[in-house]
Write a protein that binds this ligand. Sequence first.
Ligand code: MOS
Length: 735
Amino acid sequence: MASVLGIGQPRVDGPLKVSGRATYTSDHHFPGMLYGVPVCSTIAHGEIQAIDTRTAEKMPGVRAIFHRANIGKLFRAATNQSFGADMVRVDEKRAPLEDDTIRYYGQYVALAVAGTFEQAVAAADAVKVEYREGKPNVDDQLAPDIKEKVESQRGDAAKAFTAAEIQVDETYDLPPETHNPIELHASVAVWDGSSFTLYETTQGVMNHRNALAEMLGVPRESVRVISKFLGSGFGGKLWPWTQSALAAAAARQLGKPVKVVVSRQMMFQSVGHRPRVRQRIRLGATRDGKLTSLAQDYVNHTSILDDYKENCGEATPYMYSVPNLKITSALARRHVGSPTAMRGPGAVPGLWATESAMDELALKLGMDPVQLRLANEPQIDEGLKIPFSSRHLKECLATGAEKFGWSRRDPRVGSMKRDGLTLGWGMAACSWIAGRFACTANVELRDDGTARVSSATQDIGTGTYTILAQLAAEKLGLAIGKVEVVLGDSQLTPGPLSGGSMVTAAAVPAVLEAASKATKALLELATRAPGSKLAGRKASELQYTGGRVHAKDEPAASGIAYAELLRAGNLRMVSGHGSSPGTAGSAKPKLSSHSFGAHFVEVTWQPEIARLRVSRVVTVIDAGRILNPLAGRNQIEGAVVMGIGMSLFEETSYDPRNGAPINSNLADYIVAANADVPALEVHFVEFPDLHLNELGARGIGEIGLAGTAAAIANAVHHATGVRVRALPIRIEDLL
Ligand code: MOS
């Protein structure tokens, strides 16, 4: 049978989704279900003085107005550093409604529960909250409150910078960005008197179960978390947010299922964002373009309660060869909701700054920016002082330059024209971690000739159902259509968080091992099943090929179809279990594992009408072996679209008077839409990273966003001569 890996296999869950039959969290309905609507704080800093629920309680359909005094006990989760099945992480560490202190605009202060959504909205609006208001601090200057910490250091960056022949010393700003998956966060909680079933928009059913059990004060086995389909998450759904505990607590209090759907406005307030980041980058180089010093000092805002660090130095220590390097971080506390991971956390903001600075250095050197990167290609990861498992940035640069036609670039600003438009050509390199979270999987071979593969991971829209079907089908020699994939349920065998672009790499060894064990169980069965023509043979003399068990010295066709074998023995199934440990968080790695890539961007600029467009993007990615080029390309394209939004549009604005995110809707917070996006070209260089798993496949969900903003800003400079160092790039910047 032809291999089903490396082919453009369409989504196995595609028909369910396009026909509207895929059940997302908020699609769940239960008899007697009630609707909960949070009451959100209208100040960002202060204290609740009084909550008056009398009017709201008397409104039609209202079942309860919960607040601190009547919600029942909710606990904080004892978070840990595990990335395995025992992981416990939350975003906001405070239990909801824990005290009367307001720390950000939109903090939940009560929950109105009613028979219909409209009744609950009306009741939530009718709750009167009296505050003692303090002046919030949401300023964008990022004066640090938590002092500088050294993240990485080698040599003497300051001394080498001072001595450098060529210097770049610039500061790059990134505004807060809000995750805007089209699916809103939602929780549907069902309490049966002893256990919770929580339908959740989560990128991690295992972690969500563990964390919610602790917050609700019940054993883990009393919580089941289900997340069958996600309308994406982008990191905003990695860890539980407080609406989940509120829905569960309300369901327990009322003995009825309760659904809480976070509104688009609340999405900007209470379920995370990428924080504001300011980065000072200092590059020192020799006249011939060899880096001698790299310093990156960054500050990001965080919330009053939580210390969220946007790890901007993530990709810096290993990206280029440089003997002297220093990276520092600092935090500025602001009255904002807790920031969290957003697609490519750390590396994406970091590479926006460092890849912009590399372009500025290339200009000062009069050197081609591709050549500058090639001239500083490291032999090893100079940060960790270990070899790379597989690094093919050079191939990405070469392929990208060739596909884009980079050799035709005239480096003079504004010199390239087409159809009356000024062209800008820019490029940037990118990188993202490659690793595995711990993963287990079960594979069952069933008496109807089908197989089932299951794991308590989830498909956040990236194609995990399809990849697991491909892996099992490949190993079992079955058609994709014969494989059922079951994910998104914490009762399944433990599986990984959908984060860090790590699910595919983690699933490969676990699923292949599980499938292999299931076929071994069949061989045993064949030696003793009633009526088996292989009865009496040793299992070691038998082999499984394409759904049949046969003697090793005879062709597969001579053997027995496994369905027949199972039926003969009155067995519904044989099963196999596979597991693979995680690499993520390992203290002393022997190899540095990352994906790499390069973006080549063309913008068009019409100074007469101040019109800027991204007109062409060629992206080349080294993410190991690509198991599904259709899903893979889709991930890179989606990330580049997000990169266009990041470069040109996205910014969450806070009202300095009350700390409210004021553009909290999809009309005022602009994300890139079809009209903003040209045809995108994506290529994979496909060097299998066999240290990561036997197929050499890495994850691919995040890397496409890394570097995109720098490539666009670099192209804008080439077109206009204006260096924009604060995103998003606005027309006003270019006039
Ligand atoms: Mo990703 S930010 O790890 O969902």
